[in-house]
Design a protein around this ligand. Structure first.
Ligand SMILES: CC(C)(COP(=O)(O)OP(=O)(O)OC[C@H]1O[C@@H](n2cnc3c(N)ncnc32)[C@H](O)[C@@H]1OP(=O)(O)O)[C@@H](O)C(=O)NCCC(=O)NCCS
Length: 194
């Protein structure tokens, strides 16, 4: 990851390891062999409603998506990891917007329906959270749809605190501005001192 030379707080995270275990899941980079998972995710109503994942229908679209994720990974702006169980990709854990100069990032995640209801997102977020902390990030944020109770429970279980409604924070898939509930996780030892 590139390091900004403008901020005294800038971090230069190490590359993500080949695989990171967290309970029953392993986080690793996506590869072309995960095409079925990515295509399936792009047709799931909840993933489409609550995340910004592109709809990927063809092998070319998957290749293009992987290429863009690889570039973001290389320049340190984002990181897309597959959540795997017994080697099968069932979802994604994402660093969506890294701000290396501020040592902060936004995280996100999704699971295919067959991966849900077993606490796997909690293990994935704990693994991602702790890797981010070890990589030097000091503050992580997460935004959730106001109605998405399951993800809000995952966030709270992983030590994220709700900060309030962020009005007109972004756009939904149909281009309408939407309010979201903002959460943050401050790495222990990095709390504000004033
Ligand atoms: C959100 C998501 C990642 C949750 O993953 P998961 O591993 O299935 O989560 P869990 O099974 O651990 O459920 C989390 C909690 O929410 C509860 N829950 C699940 N669905 C719920 C619902 N519709 N209403 C209320 N509570 C619900 C569960 O009972 C569980 O409660 P607990 O904390 O008391 O155990 C998964 O549902 C998903 O991928 N959804 C679509 C994409 C998405 O929303 N991503 C998050 C964007 S911020």
């Amino acid at each position: 990851m590139a390091q900004s030379d403008r901020s005294p707080h800038a971090i230069s995270p190490p590359p993500f390891p080949d695989g990171l275990d967290s309970g029953p899941v392993t986080l690793r980079r996506f590869s072309a062999s995960d095409a079925d998972c990515l295509v399936e995710a792009g047709t799931d109503a909840d993933i489409l409603s609550f995340t910004s994942l592109d709809q990927l229908a063809t092998a070319d679209e998957v290749d293009h998506w992987l290429e863009r994720r690889g570039k973001e990974d290389a320049d340190g702006t984002a990181l897309a990891l597959a959540i795997t169980e017994d080697g099968e990709a069932l979802g994604a854990a994402l660093v969506l917007r890294s701000d290396l100069a501020e040592a902060s990032a936004e995280v996100g995640y999704w699971l295919l329906p067959r991966g849900r209801g077993r606490g796997l997102a909690t293990y994935a977020l704990l693994g991602l959270r702790d890797w981010c902390a070890s990589a030097g990030f000091q503050r992580l944020s997460l935004v959730t749809n106001l109605d998405n109770v399951a993800t809000q429970r995952v966030a709270r279980r992983c030590g994220f605190q709700a900060e309030g409604v962020l009005r007109s924070y972004g756009f939904d898939r149909y281009g309408r501005r939407e309010d979201v509930l903002g959460f943050s996780y401050v790495v222990p030892g990095c709390e504000a001192t004033r």
